[in-house]
Design a protein around this ligand. Structure first.
Ligand code: IPE
Ligand code: IPE
Ligand code: MG
Length: 266
């Protein structure tokens, strides 16, 4: 059993769901079967995340680069996604989950958009958790799109060059509308980001799990959250650990972050 503090939950968790193909390969099955089992894991983890009280869960389901995979594998993925959306519709609505999608959604087959778009609309009214599916998504592509939008505003005279700021860019990244990810989990054993949420990752905590995605369960999610809760996020500032100059700290001076004397002492 994993103990999780009710306070200090990550608000936004992102998951790079990797390892479906290897799961199938290990069993002598086709890759599509791995994706089928992977979609069961999605059901499980969405339920667990909602029970836990996360505000936002972003699942990396298909990258812009995944279009380079064999056509039959891609087709199988869209069939599974459509099935997932149809079968989970009620559960999503009954559990106050808002379904969202980020990425190049226009590139998805019409049969997927035909179920995705109405559910996005229907679920947006009243919600406790936002479930975002990253589909045909690329972090670089998303940043480039935001940069194009800002450049167009500058070219049209609607924005000054000095107003092309981090905040302006952030505000144009749909994947970060729910806030930066606090915790990003990658399953499947690889230690890389593979073009996920690049801009938002600046201060995310990373958790790598060796479990292949079809095997990832609620307990694995709880362990990742518990590991997050044991970390100190510093955002570039000085941490709360033992003072570097104990004598000064015990004199009850200003907090260390705002004490230039201590910084010089380092
Ligand atoms: C992740 O599993 C699912 C998608 C990228 C769509 P993979 O299909 O990448 O599985 P592995 O990495 O080949 O095992
Ligand atoms: C990342 O997995 C993309 C998704 C989980 C959707 P990949 O399997 O595509 O990443 P690489 O190729 O191992 O970097
Ligand atoms: Mg993979």
């Amino acid at each position: 059993m994993t103990l999780i503090e009710a306070r200090n939950l990550p608000s936004h968790v992102g998951i790079i769901m990797d390892g479906n193909g290897r799961w199938a390969q290990q069993r002598g099955l086709g890759r599509a079967e791995g994706h089928r089992q992977g979609s069961q894991a999605v059901r499980r983890i969405v339920r667990a995340a909602r029970r836990l009280g996360l505000r936002a869960l972003t699942l990396y389901a298909f990258s812009e680069q995944n279009w380079a995979r064999p056509e039959d594998e891609i087709d199988a993925l869209w069939v599974l996604l459509r099935e997932f959306l149809l079968s989970e519709r009620e559960e999503i609505l009954d559990n106050s989950i808002r379904l969202n999608a980020v990425g190049n959604i226009g590139r998805l087959p019409g049969v997927v958009r035909a179920v995705l778009d109405p559910l996005r609309n229907e679920s947006s009214k009243k919600y406790e958790m936002t479930l975002t599916l990253a589909l045909s998504y690329g972090g670089r592509e998303e940043i480039a799109e935001a940069a194009r939008e800002l450049a167009a505003e500058v070219a049209a005279g609607k924005r000054a060059v000095e107003d092309v700021t981090c905040e302006a860019l952030h505000a144009r990244l749909p994947s970060l509308a729910v806030g930066d990810p606090d915790l990003v989990i990658r399953t499947g054993g690889e230690r890389r980001i593979s073009n996920f949420l690049l801009y938002g990752l600046a201060y995310a905590e990373l958790h790598f799990s060796d479990a292949l995605w079809p095997d990832f369960d609620a307990e694995d999610l709880y362990q990742a959250v518990a590991s997050y809760q044991n970390r100190e996020r510093r955002f570039g500032k000085v941490g709360k650990a033992a003072p570097l100059v104990p004598e000064l700290a015990s004199e009850g001076g200003a907090p260390r972050e705002s004490s230039p004397a201590l910084l010089v002492a380092v």
